[in-house]
Design a binder for this molecule. Sequence first.
Ligand SMILES: [Zn+2]
Length: 99
Amino acid sequence: MKLISMKCPECSANLDVDMSKVNSFIFCQYCNAKIYIDNTNTELEQTKAKYEYMNKTEKLKNRYHMDKESMDTLVTLLVGLGICAVIAIGALIFALVFA
Ligand SMILES: [Zn+2]
């Protein structure tokens, strides 16, 4: 006997349904709703694929976010370095001219 997990569409309780009940009705053990088990396997696969797709998109979003953050850090660093260089060159010119 193989069990498949599904959610009751009425009360969202987690139900373990016997595979042999596919294409027939069951009653939710929590709210007594009559649920038609319609090729749940396919549905489960679709849900899984959708979840994986969402996961991928989320990861891509996170990566973009991280890239943006490190870019910001890099820009700040470069601006800081630029200011330091300007000051150093200024001091050098000052020293050369007035020494
Ligand atoms: Zn229910």
